[in-house]
Design a protein around this ligand. Sequence first.
Ligand code: SF4
Length: 762
Amino acid sequence: AQTETATATATETHCPYCALQCGMSLRPVPGGPPVREDGSEAAGGIGAGPGTRAARTPVEVVERPGFPVNRGALCGKGRTAHALLEPGVRLTEPLVRSASSGLLEPATWDEALDATASALERVRNARGSDAVGVFGGGGLTNEKAYSLGKFARLVLGTSQIDYNGRFCMSSAAAAGTRAFGLDRGLPFPLSDVARTRCVVLVGSNLAETMPPALRYLTELKENGGRLIVVDPRRTRTAQQADLHLALRPGTDLALALGMLHLVVAEGRLDEEFISTRTSGWEEARRTAMAHWPEQVERITGVSVPELREAVRMFGDAPSAMVLTARGPEQQSKGTDTVSAWINLCLATGRAGRPLSGYGCLTGQGNGQGGREHGQKADQLPGYRKLDDPADRAHVAQVWGVDPGVLPLPGRSAYELLDALGGDVRALLLTGSNPAVSAPHAAHVEERLRALDFLAVCDVVLSETAQLADVVLPVAQWAEETGTTTSLEGRVLLRRKACEPPEGVRSDLEVLNGLAARLGWEKGFPSEAEEVFSELCRASAGGPADYSGITYARLAEEDGVFWPCPQEPDTRPDGIGRGSEDTGTGVQGPAPKRRSGTGDGERGSAGVRHPGTPRLFLDRFATPDGRARFFTALHRPAAEETDAQYPLLLTTGRVLAQYQSGAQTRRVAELNAAAPGPFVELHPQLAGQLGVLDGDRVAVVSRRGRAVAPARVTRDIRPDTVFMPFHWHGEGRANTLTNPALDPASRMPEFKVCAVRLERAAS
Ligand code: SF4
């Protein structure tokens, strides 16, 4: 939509960063001169001047109060996001590594695409299709994620595709699927958080990662609700809590088991809910009863009185939620840990009921949609499974191929990165910067260097792009139209607000160009709306059904919650017929009859599914409609402390930076607010080591050493140190982290590893 403002026409769109996908508008800078790609002012508007490159009118972010999730509020990252569009901070022409100089040098698009296609083909011919890998990202739009999966499996014929979302919320996704039969981060709108009576926030620092969402917790408390925060650090979020449980990193599973033990012991079970809407309770009960509160206190460091208080607050509340984020999820037992928190919800009847339930606060901009549409190693679009014959047949029919040509599941993200230079010899990477964000990052960097060929699509010359043989500069959020799916499962239209620089192409155009060069004769769509329409057909009838959604509808309604099946009689090709019963058992509101009265409904005949803001209210998406308890005993982290490594390291984020920092480190205001890494440690520990605030300290793990200034604070446990992970170089936190993988989700253990601390030379 275009909004007329006093000064210029603004385009309504969404933030490029986190999964909250805040609504914002972009408007041409009032009176702002067009800018050439070298950053200089152009004399006369777009394209001015013979022999000069196209000039673009700069845009700026302005509030969009009408979008209900953030109601105009933006954090500093969103507020400054237009800075990423400036020519000076981003790539504007392809780069190819010169055989003679060994340096990345400017090239034409034809040269760059030819070099990429011929290298991929060379590797494929010499070593087979699986010697070519593809690595995607959770920030890619739905259309890009979908196209990347299709490109990998059809054009390259490889099974070796995964993405950085594996490092984000994959444990929550696995636990949600096994409990409820379906993974949607939040099975209810965020606004429900303000209206429930108790929230247990586990391992989320919402105040720094998505500040506009903090207002839901503020409203919760204003409404008389209670907030419990589980976090080893007294973060800005924990400071808002009625009760802060500062557990030892890696012990969330034991904490949830201890709470369930007390729920049973104190008679707080919802027996009727357990008997009518769940299965597997008896084993869950036995497991919880084996975890005595005193034992849980020894494991977690959370005292028995604190544990009892948490159970009392949660149990007394007439409605309650557990929300997890990366804290419990990024562990080598992350899936079992999330399952234990889900068990707590199920045992107390806090799931599948209004204002109650379990939800995951997904992190990346399209963390939800990015995991639905086929860039995961084991997945086809629409949450369909690569090893399910019916799912393969459905997607193959949409793609116009025989199901037999689709590869089987491949390696997960870290396993794929670990195989680079081994049996995977070439990699096409987009929307990710694993040289900073992957665990054991020095090893990953070494593997990237060991490749025969690396092509990177990116907006900026990230640390990973610097290792590439070919760098393809791609358009970004405000320069192209596409859809994302927010952490609520709300599908959103990100509108194009300005032209990309002349030397830049979209990821979809890159895939189109490569497909043509690699002999893919069926054509590869490069228009986002066309891709979305195909994506909807691929998802029809599946768990994440988008088939009732169109760009026009997204524009009209400002977002639609999936599942939203195409209702019978409205789809000309018949795909999606019968999808009223999607087979998922997902409960959604009854379809509305089109009214044509201007109340948001369109058309003259048939029905339009309204989308599904709340899931599971009548039944869960399992075959029998019951939620499943899934039980596991507490077990220690993959790496325990010892005499050599006596401390625990946990990693996380800061307010002014986003993920690997490749974008936000290039925004002056954000960089000034958070210019570099630091090591947070307790004064007791600092005293033992003779470290003062600001001293340089080295954190050493079994994988390497990172150096950064000390930040001494009482807001962390004395046995734990914290580092943010947004930087490369000597302060790279992921040099230290442990790639031990969760057996179900293949999530690495970012949140806990054993380290020691040393004073470092200044
Ligand atoms: Fe953007 Fe997230 Fe900040 Fe909202 S909270 S403005 S989506 S980074």
